[in-house]
Design a protein around this ligand. Structure first.
Ligand code: MF3
Ligand code: CO
Ligand code: CO
Length: 291
C-alpha cells in the first residue's frame, strides 16, 4: 500500500490532513497485518460525512419499518405494504433501492412463512392470522443507502414460529454485541450466529449473506452467517455493513422460484425468519444505523 505524507490530504476524502485523520488508523492496520491478520482495504472504510449520510438514510428506513409495523394486519395484501412503502419514501424525499434493482419489480421485499427472502409483494398474497413475515427495506436518501428488515407476527402465532422469530433476532444481537473493533473478525460473527441457531435446533441459510452498504446497496465485504475455513477480515472502525441472518425451522436448503426468479423458499417448506440491521463500527464499538 502506498505511503502517505503527513501534510497530504487523507485518503478518506475528509478534507483533513493525513496526520490529523487516518494516520493512526493506518498504523494500527500495519500492526495487525504484521501479526498475520487480514485487514480491510481503504475502500471499505467510510468517512464521517458518509456515515452521517447513511445515518440519515437509516432514520428514514426506520420510520418506514415503524409505519409498516403500525399498519400491518390480517387480511391485508403484501401489495398494500408495497404501496405504503412507495408513498412513505416519496413523502420523505427518498427512494427504494430495491425498485428495478436487477429487474426487481417492487419497492420492498415481503417474505412470509416458508419464504426465506426476496418475496415479491402481490395482490394475491394475503396475510392471515398466525403468519410470520419479514419486511426488508433499503432506502436511498441523498445518495446514501440504509438496509434493514424486521419480522412481524400476524395475530396469534404458533409457539415454534415465535421461537424462530426470537432466536433469529438473538442471533443478530449476539453477533453485534460480540463486535470489538480491531479484534473481532467476520468469522467470529458467523460462528456466533450458527452456534446460537444450532443450539436452538435451527439451521442457517448459506446462500445469502450480509454486506457492506452505504454508497450503494451491496458493497464489499460479504458478511457470512456461518464460519468458513479461510481467514476473514478483522472488523475495524469506519466499516459500515449489514448482518442479516436467515434462520430456518428445519433444514437450511432453499429453492428459487423458477417463475418469478426472485422468491426464495425453504426446500422442506418449513418456516424461515430474518432480521437485518445496518451498523457502523466506531473506535469504541458499534452504532446501529438502521434497524
Ligand atoms: N434488502 C435486501 C438485502 O438485504 C436486498 C433486496 S434486493 C431486491 O440485501 F432486489 F430483492 F430487492
Ligand atoms: Co442487506
Ligand atoms: Co435488506
Amino acid at each position: 500500500m502506498r505511503v502517505y505524507k503527513d501534510s497530504e490530504y487523507c485518503w478518506c476524502k475528509s478534507g483533513k490532513y493525513y496526520k490529523d485523520c487516518h494516520k493512526g488508523f493506518d498504523q494500527k492496520c500495519e500492526i495487525l497485518r504484521s501479526l498475520g491478520r487480514l485487514v480491510p482495504p481503504h475502500s471499505m472504510i467510510k468517512n464521517e460525512k458518509q456515515i452521517e449520510g447513511i445515518r440519515q438514510a437509516g432514520i428514514v428506513n426506520n420510520g418506514l419499518l415503524d409505519i409498516i409495523g403500525e399498519s400491518i394486519h390480517a387480511r391485508m395484501t403484501t401489495e398494500e405494504i408495497d404501496r405504503i412503502c412507495a408513498k412513505f419514501l416519496k413523502e420523505h424525499d427518498a427512494e427504494s433501492a430495491d425498485f428495478h434493482y436487477e429487474g426487481y419489480p417492487k419497492h420492498i421485499c415481503t417474505s412470509k412463512n416458508d419464504v426465506v427472502c426476496h418475496g415479491i409483494p402481490s395482490d394475491y398474497d394475503i396475510l392471515n392470522e398466525g403468519d410470520i413475515i419479514n419486511v426488508d427495506a433499503t432506502s436511498v436518501y441523498k445518495g446514501y443507502y440504509a438496509d434493514a428488515s424486521r419480522m412481524y407476527m400476524i395475530g396469534e402465532v404458533k409457539p415454534i414460529a415465535q421461537k424462530l422469530v426470537r432466536v433469529t433476532k438473538e442471533c443478530l444481537e449476539l453477533a453485534i454485541k460480540a463486535i470489538v473493533p480491531w479484534e473481532t473478525t467476520l468469522n467470529d460473527l458467523g460462528r456466533i450466529i450458527e452456534q446460537h441457531a444450532r443450539k436452538n435446533g435451527f439451521s442457517v441459510v448459506r446462500e445469502y449473506c450480509g454486506h457492506g452498504v452505504g454508497l450503494s446497496m451491496h458493497e464489499d465485504p460479504f458478511v457470512l452467517h456461518y464460519p468458513i475455513k479461510e481467514q476473514t477480515y478483522t472488523i475495524v472502525p469506519g466499516m459500515v455493513f449489514t448482518i442479516e441472518p436467515m434462520i430456518n425451522e428445519g433444514l437450511r436448503f432453499i429453492t428459487l422460484d423458477p417463475k418469478d426468479g426472485w422468491t426464495v423458499r425453504t426446500k422442506d417448506k418449513k418456516l424461515s425468519a430474518q432480521w437485518e440491521h445496518t451498523l457502523v463500527v466506531t473506535e469504541s464499538g458499534v452504532e446501529i444505523l438502521a434497524d
